[in-house]
Design a binder for this molecule. Structure first.
Ligand code: CA
Length: 218
């Protein structure tokens, strides 16, 4: 648990210990980050407002280093925007202070059931990297500007790495079903995307669809 409010941290620790959890407390973000890197923990309860390093930066740094322990963020803020920030940084769930202890326990148990499988914030396939939160795409290390539709198309393909994705599937997921879509919309946008990311990175599989190719990172 990374929490600088000592009384809250102590009270939560007592409660969690009574439920059979073993709990260590870090009083600032930097210590929390160090402990998460080396401690072999099953989950992290992480305050947002912390001395030295904010909770957002702690979780972003952990994910960048490919540590996947489940993270439940705590914050006194209650704007939707802050919640989105926390989740976009790589947190798995979010509670706003003051919260119910029973809800905290339930959320923590749910996170522990899901475990520490890999769930990167930045998606990568070969030398293409896509950051859904920052809306950024890097190809071979250089930033490429995409329109919203091109971005959505690439995001869908990179979420299905190495798979052949059919035109119908792309139409269903990338285009709004309520809008009239030209029958060749997928071909047209695949063409735009190829021009921007390089023809060799987006293969046509005849009669089946499209596949994002993994070119080696240089
Ligand atoms: Ca705090």
């Amino acid at each position: 648990m990374v929490e600088d409010e000592e009384r809250l941290a102590a009270a939560l620790r007592r409660g969690l210990q009574a439920e059979g959890f073993a709990v260590d407390i870090a009083g600032d973000g930097q210590d929390g980050l160090e402990m998460a890197r080396h401690g072999g923990y099953d989950a992290m309860i992480l305050d947002v407002m912390l001395p030295r390093l904010s909770g957002y930066r702690v979780v972003r740094q952990l994910r960048a280093e490919r540590h996947w322990l489940p993270v439940l963020m705590l914050s006194a803020k209650d704007g939707e925007y802050d919640q989105a920030d926390g989740l976009d940084c790589g947190a798995d769930d979010y509670l706003t202070k003051p919260f119910s202890y029973v809800v905290l326990l339930a959320r923590l148990r749910a996170l522990l059931r899901r475990g520490s499988r890999e769930r990167p914030v930045v998606l990568a396939h070969g030398d293409v990297e896509l950051d859904p939160a920052e809306r950024r795409v890097l190809v071979g290390g250089s930033e490429v500007a995409l329109t919203a539709r091109e971005f959505a198309l690439l995001e869908y393909l990179i979420r299905h790495p190495g798979q052949v994705v059919s035109k119908t599937e792309l139409l269903d997921h990338v285009w709004d079903a309520a809008l009239e879509t030209a029958p060749n919309a997928v071909e047209v946008y695949v063409g735009y995307l190829r021009r921007k990311i390089g023809r060799e990175r987006l293969e046509t599989v005849r009669g089946a669809g499209y596949r994002l190719a993994a070119l080696p990172t240089s």
